[in-house]
Design a protein around this ligand. Structure first.
Ligand SMILES: NC(=O)c1ccc[n+]([C@@H]2O[C@H](COP(=O)([O-])OP(=O)(O)OC[C@H]3O[C@@H](n4cnc5c(N)ncnc54)[C@H](OP(=O)(O)O)[C@@H]3O)[C@@H](O)[C@H]2O)c1
Length: 333
């Protein structure tokens, strides 16, 4: 029996929390490749916080997913057929699209993966877009000097885990922030951050202060919300903040009003937002650098793999609530 294309569509735009009914599971025939396209069997789907933005019609740096369309997402796939002749059936590639079992995409835009060099899933996490994001924010915006204190939020996650390890290699004293004792223990013991503070602890601001006795020179912002509120009074003069994302606020409707920014003047702070896709060269530099560090064992990572495409909506809802532990990936099978 021919295989069907299982797909997860956007059924409705959430206002506030994302719920299962905002998605729809659909089955149909696999797509037929157009000239220049390859047919891919998607094996692993990356779930990322940016997808919350794609579900919303609010003004953003990217176009939202249309109602009734397949949810956007990057996949690691095996080539099913490639009429262009660039790839052989079974080749592993990065560049499939969508929360779906099959996709047809331009063959020229695919990157071949060598499964003997690193597990193919690393192309979605530590060596992929999240790792590259960590590289850009840490090296280009925070640019820590030896001995400085750098704080990283969502420190056990895909971006934060790598950002802290890069800052440590650059000589900074790195303090992670994560949700719960288990994640904090992982950040200290596995990722090698000297300190990690639990943002769920009732005395979190005091614990953060104790972990940063000399203040904070660099902050890699992944979450916003109450964590950001505790960070700002502890920033030193000339501190740099890399605004990568604010996942704690993505479900807010309407958005919270902004803070008073006089502190930026008083303390000559540098606050810079960034989107990793504006840094195409980093997508060359980081995978090479990170792969070498993975090979010599000095770069650590954790993946959180959920089996079954039909479970992607629940897993995504969990990501926005901090229930993932490491880079969240769906094994489509
Ligand atoms: N600018 C860019 O180009 C770019 C690219 C990629 C990612 N990002 C951003 O980077 C950030 C991290 O992404 P990721 O893929 O690495 O995700 P992740 O850290 O693997 O997962 C998200 C984590 O955020 C934390 N979180 C969720 N809700 C929270 C809340 N209410 N308060 C505090 N923490 C909360 C949770 O960790 P805890 O349990 O530890 O709190 C959760 O595990 C996101 O903001 C994302 O949008 C930006």
């Amino acid at each position: 029996m021919a295989e069907t294309n299982l797909r997860i569509l956007l059924r409705a735009r959430p206002e506030g929390a994302v719920r299962p009914e905002h998605f729809e599971v659909s089955e149909g025939p696999p797509p037929t490749p157009r000239p220049g396209e390859a047919l891919l069997r998607n094996r692993y789907l990356s779930l990322d916080p940016y997808m919350r933005g794609r579900m919303s019609a609010a003004k953003s740096y990217a176009t939202p997913v249309a109602i009734g369309a397949v949810m956007e997402g990057q996949t690691v796939a095996q080539v099913a057929e490639d009429p262009t002749g660039r790839f052989q059936p079974g080749d592993w590639v990065l560049g499939g699209t969508g929360w779906q079992r099959f996709s047809a995409v331009p063959a020229a835009g695919l990157r071949k993966l060598d499964p003997t060099m690193a597990p193919v899933t690393t192309a979605l996490g530590v060596l992929g877009m999240p790792g590259t994001t960590a590289w850009v924010g840490t090296t280009e915006i925070i640019a820590p000097r030896p001995g400085e204190t750098v704080v990283v939020s969502a420190a056990s996650g895909a971006v934060g885990g790598v950002a802290g390890q890069i800052a440590k290699r650059m000589g900074a004293r790195v303090v992670g922030i994560a949700g719960g004792p288990e994640k904090c223990a992982f950040v200290r013991d596995e990722l090698g951050f000297p300190e990690c503070v639990d943002h769920r602890a009732p005395d979190f601001p005091e614990r953060l202060g104790a972990a940063c006795p000399d203040g904070i020179d660099g902050y890699f912002e992944n979450v916003g919300g109450a964590v950001q509120t505790a960070i700002f009074p502890r920033l030193n003069d000339f501190a740099r903040v890399a605004f990568c994302g604010m996942v704690a606020e993505y479900n807010d409707h309407p958005p919270k009003p902004g803070p008073n920014l006089m502190q930026v003047v008083r303390q000559r702070l540098k606050l810079q937002g960034f989107i990793v896709s504006d840094h195409p060269r980093a997508f060359q530099t980081w995978p090479r650098t990170g792969a070498a560090w993975l090979k010599d064992g000095s770069l650590r990572y954790r993946e959180d793999v959920t089996k079954g495409l039909e479970n992607a909506p629940e897993a995504f809802i969990g990501l926005l609530a901090g229930r993932n532990f490491g880079k969240l990936i769906i094994e489509i099978g």
